[in-house]
Design a protein around this ligand. Structure first.
Ligand code: NAD
Length: 375
């Protein structure tokens, strides 16, 4: 029997609801997700999915995303994909944690402040199995409302923790630095897709490093801010993937590089913060075949997770040295990919999976006081 397949059932004979539930189990089984919580709260309009992919290495860490989705199925698929990427990211960064994600479709009936407090209660009731943070669409107010009802949320920016997005951007720079050196490029033109929280921090770092910047954002005001503050050239959102440059830095949403778009990318390096940059693993092969160096997203965008995990789990005051190790990991992946004639994406997946090959079980985790540590 293939993984994630339920046999010996005539699906056509089942009522719709039963079929949908089976689909969720099949989707979870396909990549061995531990738990998916579908939540709704009529009083506040709260609705969404909380996916915990894996707690083999420790509690599941992962942001809350609120975005426009065409359907609930699309939101669920995003939660499953993103939570899994968090597990791989934590594994590769050698952190004692696993991956989770919360995805909420943006809709008119949402009473935002109350909804985030209700979500906080749900997170609190998981007793530390899942620790949440900011992802796309989340504001400082949303984090503050979560923090009213749960301890398991990264409140930032704060003087001690810093700004998670800045840490992410620093990590992306370390990965990009490795790619540039590997390709023998000193000065680069970098095209950034999305100058939101991470993209803007990255643009600031790149400016200091003497790079020429091209920026695109669906929010024209943000692109203009980068132009005004940093002298970046503004590019139309539809043109950024094909802008002639040395580095393409996707810092918006995932899935931007497909087999089709891989053929049109003009850059020699693709390295950005967006999660799930490749639509499929084959898109990574397509980049490799064209000689384009791809920096696997979850390798280079781990800076925020590293900072959060080190601050909350390991009580470290400073994570600069750990962020700099992204350079070494990226370099190792580039060398392995060259030696083995594989895409960097495939090499990175293998490295991340190697650390997860322990028997998997549901862990009773309480933040800072893990069940196995008590026994
Ligand atoms: P953000 O919402 O602050 O910024 C995203 C920006 O991209 C917005 O300005 C938005 O208008 C723009 N955008 C969206 N679609 C676009 C398109 N098609 N073309 C051009 N611009 C577009 O989000 P963020 O926190 O900066 O995160 C960016 C990406 O990095 C996301 O994929 C996120 O999952 C990933 N990521 C973020 C962090 C973090 O620390 N914030 C950590 C790891 C990964």
């Amino acid at each position: 029997m293939g993984r994630g397949t339920i046999l010996a059932v005539d699906r056509g004979a089942l009522p719709d609801n039963t079929r949908r539930i089976m689909d969720i189990f099949n989707q979870m089984a396909a990549h061995d997700h531990e738990q998916v919580i579908a939540f709704q709260n009529a009083a506040t309009g709260l609705r969404g999915f909380l996916a915990i992919h894996d707690t083999t290495l420790g509690p599941a860490l992962g942001g809350v995303r609120i975005w426009h989705y065409a359907s609930d199925a699309e939101a669920l698929a995003d939660a499953l994909r993103l939570s899994r990427a968090m597990t791989y990211k934590a594994s590769l960064a050698e952190l004692p944690c696993g991956g989770g994600k919360t995805v909420m479709p943006l809709h008119e009936g949402l009473q935002r402040a109350e909804a985030f407090q209700a979500l906080g209660t749900l997170v609190e009731n998981l007793r530390g199995r899942y620790f949440c943070a900011r992802d796309v669409g989340i504001t400082d107010d949303d984090l503050a409302n979560l923090a009213r009802t749960t301890r398991y949320v990264a409140r930032e920016p704060s003087p001690e923790l810093g700004d998670i997005s800045e840490h992410t951007a620093i990590g992306v720079w370390h990965g990009m630095r490795a790619c540039l050196e590997f390709a023998g490029i000193k000065k680069a033109r970098v095209a950034i897709q999305g100058v939101g929280s991470v993209g803007m921090w990255l643009a600031r770092i790149l400016k200091k490093e003497g790079m020429e910047l091209f920026v695109a954002d669906l929010d024209a005001g943000r692109a203009q801010q980068a132009a005004g503050e940093l002298g970046a050239h503004v590019v139309a959102p539809g043109e950024v993937l094909t802008t002639p440059c040395e580095v393409l830095a996707p810092c918006a949403l995932g899935g931007v590089v497909s087999i089709e778009t891989a053929e049109r990318v003009q850059a020699r390096i693709v390295c950005g913060s967006a999660n799930n940059i490749l639509g499929t693993p084959e898109a990574g092969d397509a980049l490799a075949q064209r000689g384009i160096l791809y920096a696997p997203d979850y390798l280079v965008n781990a800076g925020g997770l590293i900072r959060g995990a080190e601050y909350y789990l390991l009580k470290r005051a400073d994570s600069r040295a750990s962020l700099a190790r992204i350079y070494e990991r990226m370099w190792r992946v580039l060398e392995l990919a060259r030696e083995r004639r594989l895409s960097t994406a495939r090499v990175t997946n293998e490295l991340a999976e190697a650390r997860l090959k322990r028997p998997k079980f549901f862990r009773d985790l309480t933040w800072g006081q893990r069940a196995d540590a008590r026994s």
